[in-house]
Design a protein around this ligand. Structure first.
Ligand code: TXA
Ligand code: MG
Length: 317
């Protein structure tokens, strides 16, 4: 029997009274509520200022709970769930009839994952219902990877930020849907495409549908600081053009040899996992400094570099 901390007990009682709390996951902090409570789910949308057309991810404690949420599991979904759960992958599958329309934006599919964080897994085991949890940030802004990011956004709006420290992976889950029985990546994320393909073979990628976004994480402007942000392959060159501005640099591994207002290096050793885990915290930091422009360096476009570049591109729109 696991010992449940006071904080987890408090979160469980808040959730049982149709209210919401912020929860830690290994990707980003989420704003969580009981999927079967209309009051809680509406509160998630209103707190985030999130449009109702944008469906939520359902969080369950174990792969064994998947049949409660979805009505059909393709073989490759089973393989993926067994390989990567608990972990940073969300599957979009045909929903069970009882999953409320508010969760799925009236789609006949539902997004679901088993998060890999001991605090939230203990909470999910403790309560009697799955949790819907979008990232705990106002719609369109930078996702939170530390409890203080959530407090900065929502201190007065929610009763509890369940503290689980800094998020290990630091970037949202990779979202995988299905066309027939074939997997399709809807959103790049903390699980690299190459790692997924090692389990199920080549997968299609469909992350740019702007007219009817399958995953509105694909909306063009998203994950955005309030400071103007640009993305470049050549920091030296671009910085020249802004010599009269207060510049914040977000570099991959090397410091720019020049005086600017602020510089953050994502990984001195060029490690893409480390870069991903630091990305949002770096953007939060730069956004709170007194600068005119953030100039970010594009990362190598493989592994998690692809996911980081995706977020940086959306931050610049
Ligand atoms: O890592 C994560 O996934 C975090 C943590 C808290 O689990 N959650 C997260 O949630 O990033 P959110 O709401 O910020 O992003 C969820 C994405 C949205 O872009 C949404 O459109 C997509 O999941 N989604 C949800 N249900 C879907 C569905 N039925 N079909 C397609 N996309 C769906
Ligand atoms: Mg989000």
């Amino acid at each position: 029997m696991s010992i449940i901390s006071k904080d987890i007990q408090q979160a469980a009682s808040i959730l049982r009274t149709d209210d919401i709390v912020a929860i830690p996951t290994e990707t980003v902090y989420g704003l969580a509520g009981n999927i079967y409570s209309e009051t809680a789910i509406k509160k998630i949308f209103s707190t985030k200022l999130r449009p109702f057309f944008n469906p939520l991810i359902v969080h369950i404690p174990s792969v064994d709970d998947l049949p409660e949420i979805v009505s059909y599991i393709p073989d490759k979904a089973k393989l993926l769930a067994e390989a990567f759960w608990p972990g940073s992958m969300t599957l979009v599958l045909k929903k069970q009839a009882k999953i409320p329309d508010l969760i799925t934006a009236k789609k006949d599919t539902v997004a679901v994952r088993v998060p890999n964080h001991p605090v939230t897994l203990a909470l999910l085991e403790e309560i009697e219902f799955p949790l819907a949890a979008p990232s705990a940030n106002p719609f369109g802004s930078i996702s939170p990877t530390k409890p203080e990011h959530v407090e900065h956004y929502f201190k007065n709006d929610i009763k509890q930020v369940l503290d689980g420290g800094a998020c290990m992976n630091g970037i949202e889950s990779t979202i995988i849907g299905f066309e027939g029985d074939e997997p399709i990546v809807y959103r790049f994320g903390a699980l690299a495409l190459e790692v997924i393909e090692a389990v199920v073979g080549p997968v299609k990628v469909k992350t740019k549908d702007e007219i009817s976004p399958e995953a509105p994480g694909m909306l063009e402007r998203h994950y955005a600081p309030s400071t103007k942000t640009i993305l470049t392959d050549d920091l030296e060159d671009v910085v020249e053009n802004y010599s009269n501005k207060r510049i914040g640099i977000l570099a991959f591994r090397n410091k720019l040899n020049r005086e600017v207002s602020s510089q953050i290096i994502l990984s001195e050793t060029g490690n893409l996992e480390e870069a991903a885990s630091r990305l949002y915290d770096a953007l939060h930091q730069l956004d709170h400094e007194n600068i005119d422009i953030i100039i970010a360096e594009r990362l190598p476009n493989h592994g998690l570099g692809k996911s980081i570049n995706d977020r940086l591109e959306r931050a610049t729109k």
